[in-house]
Design a protein around this ligand. Structure first.
Ligand SMILES: Cc1cc2nc3c(=O)[nH]c(=O)nc-3n(C[C@H](O)[C@H](O)[C@H](O)COP(=O)(O)O)c2cc1C
Length: 293
């Protein structure tokens, strides 16, 4: 590490599962998160199979304040949903990973509801004119049962749009369509039981197991690579900050003084009496214009 670079504390990465179920997306998220931790990141998770985010009602209550009206509503002394917990994490972390199944080429309703509750960020950026911070990195990890003939662009575009408003740049789309919930992957039958299967069936089971192993290795690689890319970005930002010297008036004057430049400069600034005025050069002055008017 270059001498002037401060050690980068572990980046915080938030992993969000967009599925209403605790199945395939959460299994993939487990692999990604574990690999990110091994690569040196702190991680936390927000699972829509366990958390509740109510849909935005379009009440425009946030238009004046940039604060969601729903978020502060309570019932029996408890907030009516987990929005404030989500927002606290989103505002604090260095990066976010969205792990989501495809539902008809787009996000499940629960993830779309989460994205829609980003409206207060939009208000802050575009209505209240709050200065937005440099965008932090985000990646999308898509799952699906089959390659939908209608593709998956809607999930990508909606995620990109919502994350951008919340301060994240969707940098990479990871396609894990075909990744299975490990509980759905058949075990290879014992050799003694082979006669109970056709060769085709055995080949099929082998293929599913091999494919799943490859997906799982890809997930570990992707989780580690994401964490390392966030760490590298923080390193780069750190050294940029280190090299950036805040120039304040006082130090400029100090430099000038030390260089003994004081006299010379002031001299130059005082207009030379001989500099011809506009009048002398026959140029029309504002007074002339007025006079003519
Ligand atoms: C309502 C619904 C719509 C779906 N639409 C698609 C789709 O458009 N493309 C696709 O590949 N899979 C589709 N699937 C399959 C899921 O994406 C897939 O089963 C995924 O692994 C589920 O993830 P989960 O177990 O984390 O919920 C759909 C599933 C449901 C329930």
């Amino acid at each position: 590490m270059p001498v002037n670079e401060k050690p980068v504390s572990k980046p915080d990465i938030l992993f969000i599962s967009g599925s209403p179920r605790n199945r395939t997306s959460v299994a993939l998220l487990d692999l990604l998160e574990r690999a990110a931790r091994s690569a040196g990141a702190n991680t936390q998770r927000f699972l829509l199979s366990k958390k509740n985010i109510l849909p935005c009602t379009g009440c425009d209550g946030c238009m004046k304040t940039g604060i969601c009206i729903l978020a502060n509503k309570t019932k029996n002394g408890r907030f009516i949903d987990d929005y404030l917990e989500l927002k606290a994490s989103l505002d604090r972390v260095d990066a976010v990973a969205i792990v989501s199944p495809l539902y008809f080429a787009g996000p499940p309703a629960q993830l779309k509801a989460l994205y829609d509750r980003f409206q207060p960020y939009w208000v802050k950026n575009y209505i209240l004119g709050e200065k937005s911070q440099p965008k932090r990195p985000a990646q999308l990890f898509m799952l699906g049962g089959y390659s939908d003939p209608h593709g998956h662009e809607p999930l990508v575009t909606i995620s990109k749009s919502a994350l951008a408003v919340a301060g994240f740049n969707l940098e990479k789309i990871n396609n894990f369509i075909g990744f299975k919930d490990p509980r759905e992957v058949p075990n290879m039958p014992a050799e003694d039981d082979f006669e109970q299967y056709t060769p085709g069936q055995l080949a099929g089971i082998r293929k599913i197991i091999t494919q799943q192993k490859a997906y799982e290795q890809r997930a570990r690689d992707a989780g580690g690579a994401f964490a390392r890319s966030v760490i590298n970005k923080l390193h780069a930002k750190n050294s940029e900050d280190d090299n950036h010297v805040d120039v304040d008036e006082e130090s400029v004057e100090l430099v000038i003084e030390e260089a003994g430049l004081t006299e010379e400069i002031t001299e130059d600034i005082v207009p030379d009496e001989t500099t011809p005025e506009a009048d002398d050069m026959g140029l029309e002055t504002i007074e002339d214009v007025d006079e003519k008017a």
